[in-house]
Design a protein around this ligand. Structure first.
Ligand code: TXA
Ligand code: MG
Length: 315
């Protein structure tokens, strides 16, 4: 299959309307979209990504009225979060209705929903005229794509179209929040922090990070975010020993910085999040064999960052 690369949201949307899959930018990472009501198109997402069929997809809406097309009722706490964080990098889990094919949600009775803020994503979703289900637009297991070139590296020839945009603003995926109980529970840490959620609903809890893990998103059990290089989480940069082809990313510079094949010192957690997946992919392209990632504190964006780095370091 020839993959069309375009900057036109309306051309990209036409592929969706014809039952094809399209990669598009959002403020978190690039997504690989299909019409939420088209079962055959959704199956193409799973095939293109080689995604396990037990991993449910997130639906992306252009406006709140589209929620009625795919959900059945919005719990009060979800409504509060939607009011505070839509459009933005937050996904809320809602009860789904019968129109959504089971393949979209891996058989679950719920569906994750989010409304992106990125202007190109919004133009695209508006032109599609229907909610679009989309996982991250990477091959399953690889780091999520933060540039259109990263999408092309993974999916060229496997999908119909890539909608070209800028490098994504956050560089990490959305925060996934379960709203079925009496308080919101973070199932996957992401670009909206626990602290930000707590300013709206102070009882919000995290099931990720230390001490958590009771109920998590199905997808967070799969190996994820991994470059080809071995990832090592390091607490003390002063002890990292640069080997032949190693790289380093973190907040503080290690000694012998010049001996690393690639190095990125981030000024804060935002920059660390913005660069992490991009850095992984650049290291792979440069033939790096070992990537040291400096650890972060589990607060603010650190919760999501540490989750991604830890998972990337699992073998
Ligand atoms: O920022 C993002 O969320 C990006 C952009 C494209 O929107 N999407 C993304 O999708 O990261 P994906 O498929 O790579 O990750 C979705 C996560 C998975 O961990 C999945 O298990 C979880 O959300 N999820 C989706 N629907 C769910 C549901 N109904 N219940 C629980 N978890 C769900
Ligand atoms: Mg993903």
């Amino acid at each position: 299959m020839k993959t069309k690369i375009t900057q036109s949201p309306s051309i990209a949307a036409r592929f969706i309307q014809h039952g094809e899959v399209v990669a598009f930018p959002t403020e978190t990472v690039y997504g690989l979209g299909a019409n939420v009501l088209n079962e055959e198109a959704i199956q193409k997402i799973f095939i293109a990504k080689e995604r396990p069929s037990d991993n449910p997809l997130i639906a992306h809406v252009y406006e709140l009225s589209q929620l009625e097309l795919i959900t059945s009722g919005i719990p009060a706490i979800a409504a509060k979060l939607i009011e505070a964080f839509f459009p933005g990098p937050l996904t809320v889990i809602l009860p789904k209705n019968d129109k959504v094919p089971p393949v979209a949600t891996a058989g679950l009775k719920t569906i994750g929903v989010r409304m992106p803020k990125d202007p190109v994503a919004r133009q695209f979703l508006r032109a599609c005229g229907a909610p679009v289900v989309a996982p991250s637009a990477n091959l399953s297991g690889r780091p999520s794509p933060t540039t259109w070139q990263a999408v092309r590296d993974d999916l060229d020839g496997r999908i119909s179209c890539i909608l070209k945009g800028e490098q994504t603003k956050f560089g990490l995926e959305s925060t996934v929040v379960d709203c079925a109980g009496d308080r919101p529970v973070i199932l996957r840490a992401g670009a909206v922090t626990l602290e930000e959620l707590q300013t709206v609903i102070p009882q919000t809890q995290s099931s990720t990070g230390t001490g958590g893990g009771l109920h998590k998103s199905p997808g967070t059990q799969h190996r994820h975010y991994a470059p080809l290089a071995k990832v090592i989480l390091t607490t003390f940069p002063q002890y990292t020993v640069p080997m032949n082809s190693s790289a380093y990313i973190g907040l503080e510079s290690p000694p012998n910085a010049g001996a690393f094949k690639r190095i990125f010192i981030c000024k804060d957690y935002e920059e660390y999040a913005h660069e992490l997946f991009h850095f992984f992919r650049e290291c792979d392209r440069a033939g790096v064999e070992t990537i040291y990632c400096q650890t972060v504190v589990e607060e603010g964006l650190g919760l999501a960052l540490l989750d991604r780095i830890k998972r990337a370091s699992q073998v």
